[in-house]
Design a protein around this ligand. Structure first.
Ligand code: SME
Length: 181
C-alpha cells in the first residue's frame, strides 16, 4: 500500500483542491522510509510543471518523512552561485558562492557531502546554531548542475551512506520537475 492517500480518492486526478494525506511508516528501517518517500515524492510532483511548487512540496515532504531534521530545502544555481530556494526550518543564508560552506563545496565538487560534525568542517556556514550534522546532495539535470538539496540535523552523525543513497535517488527522480524552463 502506498504511504499516502489523495482526496478525493477516486475519479480523474484533480488539479486543484487535493488534500495530501502522507503518512511515513512508523519504522526505523531506512530502506522502507526511503522507498515510501520516493513513492510519495513521485506522486506529489509528477503532474505539476511549476518548479517552485515542486521544491516547496518536496522540502515539506522530506521534513515530514525523515526524523531529526532542523532544516530541509533547496539551493538553486543562479548565475554561478547558489541561491536559497524553498525550504522548511529557520530563515537561512540567501547566497552561497561555489566552494563556500558545505553547500558550496558539494556544488563545486558535484559530490554528495556527508558532514558528521559541522563544527569540524572548515568554512561551515551556520544558519541555525542547533545544526550538528549535515548532508548536501548535488542535483544535475540535462548535463548541468541545477542546485543542491541540503538537510541539517541537530544530532551529530545523523546521516549515513544509506541516507546519501536514498537522497541521491530522490534528486535523480525529481531533477526534471524542479529544473524549470
Ligand atoms: N550549512 C550550510 C549553509 C546552508 S544552511 O545549513 C541551511 C553550508 O555550510 O553550506
Amino acid at each position: 500500500m502506498l504511504p499516502f492517500a489523495l482526496w478525493p480518492a477516486s475519479g480523474e486526478a484533480p488539479t486543484w483542491g487535493v488534500m495530501y494525506d502522507f503518512a511515513p511508516a512508523d519504522t526505523a528501517d531506512k530502506a522502507t522510509l526511503y522507498s515510501d518517500l520516493l513513492a510519495a515524492a513521485d506522486a506529489l510532483t509528477r503532474d505539476e510543471p511549476d518548479p517552485v511548487a515542486n521544491m516547496a512540496n518536496l522540502a515539506a515532504l522530506i521534513w515530514q518523512f525523515l526524523p531529526d531534521l532542523n532544516w530541509s530545502g533547496f539551493y538553486r544555481m543562479v548565475d554561478d552561485e547558489l541561491v536559497l530556494g524553498p525550504f522548511q526550518g529557520k530563515p537561512a543564508c540567501i547566497r552561497i558562492p561555489l566552494g563556500r560552506g558545505v553547500c558550496g563545496a558539494a556544488a563545486a565538487s558535484e559530490q554528495t557531502l556527508l558532514v558528521a560534525d559541522v563544527h569540524a568542517f572548515p568554512g561551515h556556514i551556520a544558519c541555525d546554531a542547533a545544526s550538528a550534522s549535515e548532508i548536501v546532495v548535488p542535483i544535475r539535470h540535462d548535463g548541468r548542475l541545477i542546485g543542491v538539496l541540503d538537510l541539517d540535523s541537530p544530532r551529530t552523525a545523523r546521516f549515513d551512506a544509506q541516507d546519501a543513497q536514498g537522497l541521491e535517488m530522490l534528486v535523480a527522480q525529481i531533477a526534471g520537475r524542479i529544473a524549470g524552463p
